[in-house]
Unconditional design. Structure first.
Length: 1164
């Protein structure tokens, strides 16, 4: 159902925190090459272990894939799966076509070289999937001489294959070189010997290029070498000229100390090559400057600024050319200039440290820089990209999806929740999002490119939210903007808002030297220079005070061109830097990246206010090496990155900032809660059989009595004031205390508390795996299936009639106490109650036979779950995570966070380490479920502290489990994957059982408790049925009978769920009448007109949603199914918010711990 009226609103919450991804790093031990697809997305080529045979080295390409959780997909390209790759080369034409050359071990000590046809790399990755049949071998390779390196020249024209040079290891150990025909045309011998320049003694570098000699363009190689006299020489040697059967050469003056070369085609000069030379400094020859022996290079960077260059690379787009150089200390520097300009190069600035391999490029679509780089430890490949407007650099590591491993990374996590005018979640609604700069952000589970100009559409999930995870390496972040038809205006989401508020408060509170993290350790490492600490604190305050001068939407503040220059001239010197009037104005992003890359270095700097129009901005000066560079801080992100750098000056890193100003999961407290919840569920499963044994007679008597007085209940209800679910929601929201509202806000929008729902909805949890079971199908299962099927078939007409009536009420917006009673009045409800009676009697007979199997083969079945299994092992050291353990963990995270927010302490008292692995009383629930309550003099139940504590912890488990059930059911209904359906079915089972485990009801009022326990018994019935569905689904596929039973039971489960929702509505009405029209003592703190009405509203929403979920399982059409599930999710979410408000009230009421009366938390 689309939402178009502009009555919606959005709530935004963001935290700097650690997040988690099921991912593994890409092999970083081999050379890299890059290109881009026709959509402007990067392509990365390298070599790594083959998936089929990890002992083999294969060529692969990584390409963007928005359907993969890591955002990257790897495709193997090698033409020969049985031999290793020895080397490869990639070239891309200005038109976008790509040619690849690859050398394979021939198995006889030599090589086979293959070339690809010209490929057009489309975003869908089509060419890579069929390349294995398109390779063409280039015959004529010298035998027994393996290829060591391949070099491809420029691909200027589609009509002319690029020039390929192969470097081989000669039999005497020296290096030989050959020109190789890189076309795909047939030829007997594609190899021609490469003739070295005359008198060459020591070769330093060689590049493939195109040069003009006497006005004629030739292809060949530039060689940088020492001749027999030791003179450094730079000579071009052409291919053999077929018209003269000779080669042609051109020599120019080699720059002093030259060590490395790079050739780049000049698109403005017929594709002739410009030549870049690195060594003692960096210099270049424009294509027009390579004429004769007197031609000399133009300086780009002197040896004072950039010395000891060991490699140089250059790339261009239609506007600018960028040059990257690595020096002898393995530092990477970059600079750029306008295409065609001979002067005006930017200041060379460091970009990375410890560089081993790199593949830079200029993005042709965005006209900006990109870079793939590996570090000297070969640990990972990093992808960096620069926003073309703000110049800000961002980076991320290259990872691929995996079940076995996970990744913990710092991030800004932003949760935006959309609601309608009544506060209901807007589920499945399209929302557009974009960013203040080019960013790669995970949006509801998938990595997406966002920028200022393109709005990406995403649908809100089952909780009405869009979650953005922005991986960061400092505290800088773009700002996001959301728009939708239901929003009157765009919504701005600034992920740094919480961090900046925290930092501002800390700066006002105490000196930086006194700041301590949550574990008591100082924020600033001991021994820091006090003067530097004071300077950093003053600079932090200066930046924070100026934040309001920067646009809140993340865009750049306008700058009058004369403002920086005018102010600099008025301040001719600084105590730290001296004269700065000659400071080089440099792109902010390049300066900030340079500062960030030099970890551990302390720089001289000054931050100075300037006036630009009516705004005061800040100008930053810093001395890097022998040069002073400057920029004006114009965006929030630039200010934040400067804040990160200031902390870096004090050796305070991103992990320290997260611990002090961001959000950290309290894993010890969370795991303690998880253990308790897991133990609760085991206890209840095992105790249930005993507690229901011999209950057949009492169940029959109770339901018969209820059927007999149903007509009177209806009359009483219709005589009471009517109440609608919307009234309940509105009244509850109006009456919420600030503490209760903080609890619901935290649960629904805080990045920490929504971590669990995010993992269920977007964490790839449907890809989980587990082994099949060899357990045979027990006769008790088939007998119970027959019983349930027979009973439900008898009431099918009544269920259908009531469902149609309920649907009509929902569509008309008339769901209320009176309308529900009018729908249920008469024989239909009595028929349902009789069927419920018979089902529970049947459950009493079978529960003892199936409960242990459900526990062992479903709840305690080990699973390999993306993120969660890896995270659990990381936290506990345990290798195995069961489904029960996983769901208990998912529930424990939000429960612990919200409980600590309300009370200031964890829900589970600290235990000694020796008892950590086992849960102690009063948290064991066996005795609570099995033993009768004592009575007071009036015959009312006496509720002990254990029951009160259990109701709060268990109630929270049940609330979260109920919504997890909705997410699992929705995932299972909508997925087309049979393995995923089986996994979601297991998730439903465990969520149902944890809900049962946490909701065993207590009440001082005996009639209310009896009724609530019948509801709980029905809840247990649903748990058993879902358990049997899951149990059968894990029986090995060879058991054909079990497969048939599983399918039949799935339909039975959906029918039962629909039936359960309707019967529970009947019982909710009875419960409401008992509570409001009964004789419950006013002293009972958890009963009042307000709270019992609130509870009734929550139950109507919850059981109405349950009915819809069951109906969805019986509908074949995907569109109708999705619509009903969305409506059910809205109802379940509304019930959750009411339940959480009531739960928070109980937690706060019980928190003093002074022995006074306590509140039970009651679901029904």
């Amino acid at each position: 159902m689309s939402q178009t009226t502009q009555t919606g609103s959005a709530t935004v919450s963001s935290s700097l925190m650690y997040n988690y991804l099921a991912a593994t790093s890409v092999d970083a031990a081999y050379p890299l090459a890059s290109a881009e697809d026709t959509g402007g997305s990067p392509l990365l080529f390298s070599v790594g272990a083959s998936s089929a045979n990890t002992a083999r080295k294969t060529l692969w390409v990584m390409l963007r894939d928005t359907t993969v959780t890591t955002g990257w997909r790897q495709v193997e390209l090698s033409p020969d799966a049985n031999h290793d790759v020895q080397g490869y080369a990639v070239v891309q034409a200005p038109s976008g076509q790509v040619i690849i050359a690859v050398a394979m071990d021939d198995g006889a000590g030599g090589s086979h070289v293959f070339v690809s046809p010209a490929l057009t790399p489309t975003p869908d990755g089509g060419p890579w999937n069929t390349l294995n049949t398109a390779w063409v071998q280039r015959n004529g390779a010298p035998g027994g001489m393996p290829v060591q390196r391949l070099l491809l020249g420029d691909f200027v024209s589609a009509s002319e294959a690029p020039l390929l040079v192969a470097e081989v290891k000669n039999t005497n150990g020296s290096t030989g070189r050959y020109f190789v025909d890189a076309s795909t045309s047939a030829t007997n011998s594609a190899w021609v010997n490469w003739a070295p320049p005359k008198d060459m003694q020591t070769l330093h570098d060689v590049v493939v290029a195109r040069a003009s000699i006497t006005g004629i363009s030739y292809r060949g190689t530039w060689s940088l070498f020492d001749d027999n006299t030791g003179k450094r020489c730079l000579t071009f040697t052409s291919l053999l000229d077929p018209s003269t059967n000779t080669t042609h050469s051109l020599s120019v003056t080699a720059p002093s100390g030259g060590r490395c070369l790079w050739a780049l085609e000049d698109r403005q000069n017929q594709g002739l090559s410009a030549l870049y030379v690195g060594g003692d400094g960096l210099s270049w020859f424009p294509s027009t400057g390579l004429k004769n022996a007197k031609s000399t290079a133009l300086a780009i960077a002197s040896s004072n600024v950039l010395s000891g260059v060991t490699s140089v690379l250059a790339q261009q787009d239609s506007q600018r050319v960028s040059v990257w150089a690595v020096d002898g200390s393995q530092r990477l520097f970059s600079l750029n200039n306008t295409v065609g300009a001979t002067e005006g190069w930017s200041a060379p600035l460091q970009q990375r440290e410890h560089v081993a391999r790199l593949a830079p490029r200029r993005n042709q679509k965005r006209s900006t820089g990109e870079l793939f780089v590996t570090s000297t430890d070969n640990s990972l490949i990093t992808y960096l990209w620069q926003d073309p407007d703000t110049t800000a650099w961002q980076n991320t590591d290259m990872v691929l999806p995996t079940l076995a491993n996970g990744q913990e990374f710092p991030s800004y996590t932003t949760v935006v929740r959309f609601t309608d005018a009544q506060g209901a979640a807007l589920v499945g609604q399209p929302v557009q999002v974009n960013s203040s700069e080019w960013s790669r952000v995970m949006v509801n589970g998938y990595w997406t490119d966002l920028d200022t100009s393109t709005r990406v559409e995403v649908k809100t999930d089952a909780s009405g939210t869009v979650t953005l995870i922005n991986k960061v390496s400092d505290v800088g972040t773009p700002v996001f903007r959301f728009s939708a038809p239901f929003l009157a205006q765009d919504v701005t989401a600034d992920p740094s808002a919480e961090l900046r508020a925290n930092l501002a408060a800390k700066l006002k509170g105490q000196d930086l030297s006194q700041w301590t993290k949550s574990d008591g350790t100082p924020m600033v490492p001991p021994g820091a220079d006090p003067d530097l600490v004071a300077q950093v604190q003053a600079s932090l305050q200066q930046l924070m005070d100026n934040m309001d001068s920067l646009p809140a939407d993340g865009s750049s503040a306008p700058l009058e061109p004369a403002a920086p220059t005018a102010m600099a001239k008025t301040q001719t010197s600084f105590a730290v830097l001296g004269n700065v009037t000659n400071a080089i104005e440099t792109a902010a992003g390049d300066v900030l990246q340079a500062l960030k890359s030099a970890a551990g270095a302390v720089y001289e700097y000054v931050i100075q206010p300037i006036l630009s129009g009516t705004k005061t901005l800040l100008q930053f000066f810093v001395k890097i090496g022998e040069q002073v560079v400057t920029f004006v801080v114009r965006t929030i992100k630039e200010a934040l990155q400067l804040i990160s750098w200031l902390f870096q000056q004090l050796a305070v890193l991103i992990e320290d900032i997260i611990a002090f100003l961001g959000f950290l999961f309290a894993w010890d407290d969370i795991l303690a809660t998880q253990r308790v919840m897991e133990a609760m569920t085991k206890d209840v499963v095992l105790a249930l059989a005993g507690s229901m044994k011999g209950m057949e007679a009492s169940i029959t008597e109770y339901f018969n009595g209820l059927i007999a007085k149903w007509d009177g209940v209806c009359q009483t209800a219709l005589g009471m004031p009517d109440v609608t679910t919307q009234q309940v929601v509105t009244q509850t929201q109006a009456a919420q205390t600030p503490e209760q509202k903080s609890a619901t806000d935290c649960l629904t929008t805080s990045p920490g508390a929504t971590f669990s729902s995010y993992q269920v909805s977007h964490g790839g949890i449907g890809d989980s795996t587990a082994d099949d079971s060899d357990a045979p199908v027990a006769q008790a299962v088939t007998d119970f299936l027959q019983t349930v099927g027979n009973i439900l078939s008898d009431v099918a007409d009544s269920v259908k009639e009531l469902c149609q009536g309920l649907q009509m009420m929902v569509r008309q917006g008339t769901v209320s106490l009176h309308s529900i009673v009018q729908l249920l009045a008469g024989e239909a409800a009595k028929t349902l109650l009789a069927a419920a009676r018979d089902l529970l009697v049947g459950l009493c007979e079978v529960i003892a036979d199936v409960s242990q199997a459900i526990l062992d083969d479903v709840l305690l079945r080990p699973f390999n779950i993306p993120v969660l299994s890896w995270l659990y092992k990381k936290l506990t050291g345990e290798d195995s995570l069961t489904m029960l353990g996983a769901l208990s963990l998912l529930a424990a995270i939000p429960v612990t966070i919200v409980f600590k927010l309300l009370t200031g302490h964890a829900p589970i008292p600290e235990q000694k380490q020796s008892s950590f692995m086992r849960v102690m009383t009063p948290w064991r629930t066996t005795s609570l479920v099995a033993l009768p309550e004592s009575k007071d003099d009036n015959g009312d139940n006496v509720i002990g502290d254990s029951a009160h504590n259990y109701s709060v912890i268990g109630g929270a488990l049940s609330i979260i489990s109920s919504f997890c059930y909705t997410l699992f059911l929705t995932g299972g209904q909508l997925t087309k994957s049979a393995p995923a359906q089986r996994w979601f079915s297991t998730g439903q089972t465990v969520a149902t059982w944890t809900g049962v485990a946490g909701s065993f009801p207590f009440d001082e009022d005996v009639p209310s408790q009896q009724l609530d326990r019948m509801v709980w018994a029905l809840y247990s019935l649903e748990a058993v049925v879902t358990g049997l569905v899951s149990l059968l689904s894990w029986t090995r596929g060879a058991d054909v009978e079990s497969k048939g039973l599983a399918k039949a039971l799935e339909m039975t489960d959906s029918t039962l769920l629909t039936f359960m929702g309707l019967v529970s509505l009947v019982l909710s009405v009875v419960s409401y009448i008992l509570e409001l029209d009964g004789e419950i003592a006013p002293s009972v703190p958890y009963h009042s007109t307000f709270w019992d009405t609130e509870k009734f509203g929550a139950n109507v929403l919850s059981f109405g949603g349950m009915t819809g979920e069951g109906m969805a399982g019986l509908i074949p059409g995907e569109a109708d199914k999705a619509l009903i599930l969305a409506g059910s999710a809205v109802a379940e979410w509304g019930a959750l918010l009411l339940d959480v408000t009531r739960w928070a009230d109980a937690v706060l009421y019980n928190n003093p711990g002074d022995g006074s009366n306590k509140k039970l938390f009651q679901l029904w």
